[in-house]
Design a protein around this ligand. Structure first.
Ligand SMILES: [Zn+2]
Length: 314
C-alpha cells in the first residue's frame, strides 16, 4: 500500500474543494445564459458587463462568489447594486458539483447501482486507473446544473409575464428545448458506451438489459421522465424545465425518476405552504432532491425494488 494512502481524507477534501470551484465557474456561465438568452444575445461572445453602466467587469471581480463578496454587491464603476442571485447561483452550482464528487469520487458511488461498492471512487480512479467515477461525476453534475438552469429560465419567464404580461420568446423556449434534446442524446450515448455508470435495467429487479448496456433502459427512462415532466409541470413547477426529468432519467433510470417525481412534488407543496410562491428557492429545492437521490441511489433502489415487488404481490 503506498504511503500517501494514509493522507486520503486530505486528498478527498482537496478533490471536493476543486469540484466546488469547477461547479462555481459553471455557475458563472449559467448566470451569463440566464441573463443573455431571454434578451436574444449570444452566450459565447463578448465578456461580462455591468447591466447598469455597461462597464466591462474586471477579471478579478469576475471570480465566482468571491468577486461579488469583495465588491459587497456593488459595481466598481457606477455603484449599482448587483443582485445576490449571481453569487447564490454560483454557490448552488458549486454545491451540486461538491455533492456529486463527494458521493462518486470521494465516496463509494452511492448514486451508481451498477458499479460494485467495494472501493471508494478516489481509490478506483488513482490506484486502478478506472475513469468511470470521474465520467459519471461530470455527467451527473452537468445534468443537475442544466436542470437548475431550465428551472431558473422558467422562473424568470414566469415573473416577466407577471410584470409585463409579456409572452415567452420562442427563441428562448426553442434554445432550452434544443439544449435538452442534445444533452439527452449525449447522456444516452455515454451510458451506452460506458456500461456501469448508467441506469439499472428496465424491469424493477434490474432485468432487461441490466449491466451490459444502458441504451434501452436509458431511452425508456427518458420517455418516462418526459411524461412525468408533462404531468407534474416540470421539475420545479416551471414549463421550460419539463425536459429536466427526461435527461435525469436517461442517466439514472425510470426508477429514480419516480422517486424524484414523488419527493419533488411533496417538496414543492411544502415550499409553497411556507414561502407562498415559487422561484429560486423552489428550483434549488427541486435540484437538491435530485442530488440527494443520486447521493444515495444505490440503497434507495434496493428499498424501492423491494417495495415494488411487495406491491406487485411477488
Ligand atoms: Zn456599473
Amino acid at each position: 500500500m503506498p504511503p500517501w494512502i494514509t493522507i486520503l481524507p486530505g486528498a478527498e477534501i482537496a478533490v471536493i474543494g476543486m469540484a466546488f470551484a469547477w461547479g462555481a465557474v459553471l455557475g458563472s456561465f449559467v448566470n451569463v445564459v440566464l441573463h443573455r438568452l431571454p434578451r436574444g444575445r449570444s452566450v459565447a461572445t463578448d465578456g461580462s458587463r455591468c447591466p447598469a453602466c455597461g462597464a466591462a467587469i474586471r477579471p478579478r471581480d469576475n471570480i465566482p462568489v468571491i468577486g461579488w463578496m469583495l465588491l459587497r454587491g456593488r459595481c466598481r464603476d457606477c455603484g449599482a447594486a448587483i443582485s445576490i442571485r449571481y453569487p447564490l447561483v454560483e454557490a448552488a452550482c458549486g454545491g451540486i458539483a461538491a455533492v456529486v464528487t463527494a458521493s462518486e469520487i470521494a465516496g463509494w458511488g452511492g448514486g451508481l447501482p451498477l458499479l460494485d461498492a467495494g472501493r471508494p471512487g478516489i481509490d478506483r480512479l488513482l490506484l486502478h486507473g478506472d475513469w468511470r467515477p470521474l465520467l459519471s461525476t461530470v455527467l451527473h453534475t452537468v445534468i443537475l446544473i442544466a436542470m437548475l438552469t431550465w428551472s431558473l429560465l422558467a422562473w424568470d419567464a414566469a415573473s416577466r409575464m407577471k410584470r409585463h404580461a409579456a409572452t415567452r420568446s420562442p427563441r428562448e423556449t426553442g434554445t432550452a428545448c434544443a439544449g435538452a434534446a442534445w444533452l439527452a442524446l449525449v447522456v444516452v450515448a455515454t451510458v451506452t458506451a460506458v456500461p456501469g455508470i448508467g441506469p439499472v435495467g428496465v424491469w424493477m429487479d434490474g432485468g432487461f438489459l441490466p449491466s451490459t448496456g444502458g441504451c434501452a433502459a436509458s431511452f425508456v427512462a427518458a420517455a418516462v421522465g418526459l411524461g412525468a415532466g408533462r404531468i407534474l409541470g416540470g421539475f420545479s413547477g416551471g414549463s421550460a424545465d419539463r425536459c429536466g426529468l427526461a435527461v435525469f432519467g436517461a442517466a439514472t433510470g425510470w426508477q429514480a425518476v419516480t422517486v424524484v417525481s414523488i419527493v419533488t412534488t411533496l417538496a414543492r407543496w411544502a415550499w409553497r405552504r411556507v414561502a407562498r410562491e415559487g422561484g429560486f428557492g423552489e428550483a434549488v429545492a427541486g435540484v437538491a432532491v435530485a442530488a440527494a437521490v443520486l447521493w444515495c441511489w444505490r440503497p434507495l433502489h434496493g428499498w424501492w425494488t423491494t417495495t415494488w415487488l411487495i406491491i406487485a404481490g411477488r
